[in-house]
Structures are given as structure tokens and as C-alpha cells.
Ligand binder design. Structure first.
Ligand code: PLP
Length: 360
């Protein structure tokens, strides 16, 4: 199997081997020590400011998004949501559902957000900004330092969904004034799906202390309290938590900058190899995590995805909705190498010769 989707992605051999082990009982000093080490590593790898905490949830990334919206915002807030694709839109839906007053910014397709785009929202009483740092549906990376400055100037709490940006693009929570960052297990962490991590800076902890929880399973107060002794309120995905711990130690061993550089090099290598094929670029502000490509008018992106899967054993990532037949995405996260890029581009060349890429 060769998997270029954006999650689940290819796991390395050590992480896979750990997944084959028996899953241990977890109310033990040994498991607590592992979780406390994972918390410490998450704080280090995200550049979290002094006094921050990290909690581990057993839910996909969307569960972490919902826990953060419920735990750190309330009806006295006025949120600004960057809604540049399906994941940005999910934050709008969560605000709607949980009665958080909000307004959306809708950047043009494939575009980032500029200083000028934000200017009309300055001094308008907004209390929080919600962004998916990498809007994975369009491959757009937003400018975190710019968003951080805007929030600082306007006294806004910055919520960053970094589900596909963590370990792909640089994130320094302290430098950018990020209030809360969240990520998931199956993107660049390259572990099985089903777990997520929330990193909470002091402003987030202050909010959680003040907002009365309206949920049992996603109660961040309870998660923080249990986390003090390296535990979770309920049975976590124990095996996946052990794999996350291993991955965090692996990343820490080479340094987070080197890990980001590896993903950047994998993306640059793919973009260079694919440049002569009849595809066009979608993202004008590209993330390292993924490359969305638009196919020629006489080709079908979903059909290309099916052909690669069924005839070549290669998975790329289809798009949903309106773009399903126009755009597919190629991920650069997980245990992939330039040789894997060469194999994928070889398959594209074969499809070109078969007339399946159009553009003739
Ligand atoms: C993948 C992703 C999600 C959703 O994660 P699930 O694990 O499917 O819930 C949310 N936001 C971003 C930016 C993502 O890339």
C-alpha cells in the first residue's frame, strides 16, 4: 500500500510494531508517566508559553474542536471565524450549535487572509478568532504571525486548529500568542485515528476555569484535573496513546524544525516532479502538508483517484462536494519518501499515456 491521503497516513515501522502489542491496563503509575511525558513533549514541540497544559482526548480531531469551542467560549463572546473551506465551516457550525455569537470571513477559494482582509474587523468588539491553520480541504496555510498580531492588537483569544499543520508548518504558540492549539493523531502525527491533543495556554486555562462545563465527555476541566496525575477521566485509546508517545519522542529526538523540514522537502520534491503534468495549482498560500491539484477540463479527478487505487494500489485523497470531479489532493505527511513520490508520478505518467489525464 502506498498512501498519499491526508489521514490516516503511513505509519513508521516502530509505531506499527507497537500497535501489534497487547494493550495494557492504564490506571497505573507506568501509564501515568507515559502520559505526563507526552504532555511535556507536546508543550515543547508547540512552543507553548510558561504555564500551559496539554490534554489528550479519545476522539477524532473534530471532537477536540468541539471540546475547545464548548470549553473556552460562551455566549458572551463574539467570535471571528476564518471560513475558507470545509474545516473552517465546521467551526461556524460548532459556534452555531453551541450558541457562540460569530461572524465568518470567507477568503476567496485558494487564498489566504491578508492584513487588509482583517482590517474591517479591528476594533469591532470581537473577543476570539478561530482558524484552521492549514485549511486541509484547499491546502491553504494561513499566516499565523499575522493572525497573532491582529489578535494581540485587538485583545482577542486565538484558537488554532492545527490538525494538519502540526509537524508540517512552523508553529510557535508563545511567539504568535496562540491561546489554544489542537491536533489529531492521524495526520502528521502518523498514528492510528481516534485520538486528539489540545494544548492550552494560560488565557485558555483562565477561560476553562470560568466557563461552566455543559458536557461530560468533552469537559476540559475534568481532563485537566485528571491530567495532573497523568490520567484521563475515561478509558482512553490506550494503545494509540502509547503510539503517540513514541512518535513524540521520535520527533523530539531529531527536533521539530527537522521534522517540519522533512515534510517541506517531501512537498517540494512532489511539486517539482509533477510540474510537467496537466494539473494546475489550487492553493495560492500552500501548506507543506498537502498539494491539491485541479485536473484538465476533460479529465475527472475522482476517476483518477479510483484508477490509482484499483489498478496501481496507490491512494491519493479525493475531494468532496463541488470539487469532487475537479480536484484531488496529494499528502506529504506520514512515512513517505521522494522514492514514493517518484512511484506516484510514474503512475500519473502511465495514466497520461492512457489518455486518462486529459489535457490533450
Ligand atoms: C482532518 C482535519 C479535521 C477533522 O479531523 P477528524 O479527525 O476527521 O475529526 C479538522 N480540521 C482540519 C484542519 C483537518 O485537517
Amino acid at each position: 500500500m502506498l498512501n498519499f491521503t491526508v489521514g490516516p497516513v503511513m505509519m513508521n515501522d516502530e509505531v506499527r510494531a507497537l500497535g501489534a502489542e497487547q494493550v495494557p491496563y492504564f490506571r497505573t503509575a507506568e501509564f501515568s508517566a507515559v502520559m505526563q511525558e507526552s504532555e511535556r513533549l507536546m508543550l515543547k514541540l508547540t512552543g507553548a508559553p510558561q504555564g500551559s497544559r496539554a490534554v489528550f482526548l479519545t476522539s477524532s480531531g473534530t471532537g477536540a474542536m468541539e471540546a475547545v469551542v464548548m470549553g473556552t467560549l460562551d455566549s458572551s463572546d463574539k467570535a471571528l471565524v476564518i471560513d475558507g473551506g470545509s474545516f473552517g465551516h465546521r467551526f461556524c457550525q460548532l459556534c452555531e450549535l453551541h450558541h457562540i455569537p460569530y461572524q465568518a470571513i470567507n477568503p476567496a477559494f485558494g487564498h489566504g487572509v491578508s492584513e487588509g482582509d482583517l482590517a474591517p474587523f479591528a476594533g469591532q468588539g470581537f473577543t476570539a478568532l478561530l482558524v484552521n491553520l492549514d485549511e486541509t480541504s484547499t491546502g491553504v496555510l494561513y499566516d499565523l504571525p499575522l493572525l497573532g498580531r491582529f489578535c494581540r492588537e485587538n485583545g482577542m483569544f486565538l484558537v488554532v486548529d492545527a490538525i494538519s499543520a502540526f509537524l508540517c508548518d512552523p508553529i510557535d504558540m508563545a511567539a504568535s500568542g496562540v491561546g489554544v492549539m489542537l491536533t489529531g493523531s492521524q495526520k502528521a502525527l502518523a498514528c492510528p485515528p481516534g485520538a486528539s491533543v489540545v494544548v492550552l495556554a494560560p488565557p485558555a486555562l483562565e477561560r476553562i476555569g470560568r466557563i461552566v462545563p455543559q458536557t461530560m465527555y468533552f469537559d476540559l476541566r475534568n481532563a485537566l484535573k485528571n491530567g495532573e496525575r497523568g490520567q484521563t477521566p475515561f478509558t482512553p485509546a490506550v494503545g494509540t496513546m502509547l503510539q503517540i508517545n513514541l512518535r513524540l519522542r521520535q520527533v523530539d529526538a531529531i527536533g521539530v524544525e527537522a521534522e517540519v523540514a522533512k515534510v517541506a522537502a517531501q512537498a517540494a520534491d512532489f511539486r517539482q516532479r509533477v510540474s510537467s503534468l496537466p494539473f494546475s495549482t489550487v492553493s495560492l498560500s500552500p501548506t507543506n502538508a498537502v498539494t491539491p491539484l485541479e485536473v484538465a477540463p476533460d479529465a475527472d479527478a475522482h476517476h483518477i483517484f479510483e484508477l490509482l487505487k484499483d489498478e496501481y494500489g496507490i491512494w491519493i485523497c479525493p475531494n468532496g462536494g463541488e470539487l469532487a470531479h475537479r480536484v484531488f489532493r496529494v499528502g506529504h505527511i506520514g512515512n513517505l519518501t521522494p522514492a514514493d513520490n517518484a512511484a506516484l508520478v510514474g503512475a500519473f505518467q502511465d495514466l497520461l499515456a492512457r489518455g486518462e489525464l486529459g489535457g490533450r
